[in-house]
Design a binder for this molecule. Structure first.
Ligand code: IPE
Ligand code: IPE
Ligand code: MG
Length: 234
């Protein structure tokens, strides 16, 4: 029987190269990527994935030209205007990982609305990592913990307790991490949470990712032997 990973994380990379290869502008690649978020989210939900976490904008992506950053920040509005109803129909709950403060209001307000509207949904949790970086997440967690200790908390922190300081506090660790467009790196995404994830790097650019690619990844995941430091079963 096929095991469905409870938590899949995807680094949605390659929008720019997809556009370039087609003689289009970079923003057209980002727009094509938005439709893909809908397709893959609905398919993952149909497959029974419990948590799908998508890297949408990193703490390093602010280095890009302002025009591109502004365009990317306008995409949540397009995404939720087009697909919120479908997310609701599929009982999908939207959440966000990342530092909200720095995200422009055009994006953060739209996210807040989508989070509020879907908060009672019981199906897949669809999380968007926006202004997210693992280094920032871990340092922020350390500061919060230090503050708690100052306020009287004991300093015998465990791994599980530390996890509760991260944005992913309500989620299990990532089972399967997928990156599109064949860059063999993690670009500061969920470094703590992927300690024992299976990693898959796809050749396709994100806007070209197909539902069948996700199926292939899940099949590949089923071929892997996860040992978590122990020995093979049986
Ligand atoms: C991923 O596509 C989207 C974001 C990082 C926001 P890219 O824009 O990184 O596309 P490439 O890597 O330049 O092709
Ligand atoms: C990672 O992609 C971030 C997102 C997909 C949002 P990048 O395109 O920013 O990563 P690098 O710069 O190639 O490492
Ligand atoms: Mg990229």
């Amino acid at each position: 029987m096929t095991k469905i990973p409870a938590h899949i994380a995807i680094i949605m990379d390659g929008n720019g190269r997809w556009a370039k290869e087609k003689g289009k502008m970079r923003y057209e690649g980002h727009l094509a990527g938005v439709k893909k978020v809908r397709d893959i989210a609905i398919h993952a939900s149909d497959m029974g994935v419990r948590y799908l976490t998508l890297y949408a904008f990193s703490t390093e992506n602010w280095k890009r030209p302002q025009e591109e950053v502004d365009y990317i920040m306008s995409l949540p509005k397009i995404f939720f205007a087009s697909y919120l109803k479908e997310l609701m129909d599929n009982d999908i709950k939207v959440t966000m990982l990342g530092k909200m403060e720095k995200i422009p209001k055009v994006a953060s307000e739209i996210f807040k609305e989508a989070i509020a509207k879907t908060k009672d949904n019981k199906g897949m949790v669809l999380s968007f990592a926006v202004n997210y970086g693992s280094h920032d997440e871990i340092v922020t967690a350390c500061k919060e913990y230090a503050q708690d200790v100052k306020n009287g908390r004991s300093n015998d922190l465990t791994v599980d307790e530390f996890s509760r300081y991260l944005y992913t506090r309500d989620m299990p660790d990532v089972d399967l991490m997928i990156r599109t467009s064949h860059e063999l790196r993690l670009s500061n995404f969920l470094l703590w949470q992927i300690a024992y994830s299976e990693l898959i790097f796809l050749d396709r650019y994100w806007p070209d990712m197909q539902d069948s690619d996700l199926d292939d990844c899940i099949n590949e995941y089923n071929m892997r032997q996860r040992r978590f430091g122990g020995l093979d079963e049986g």
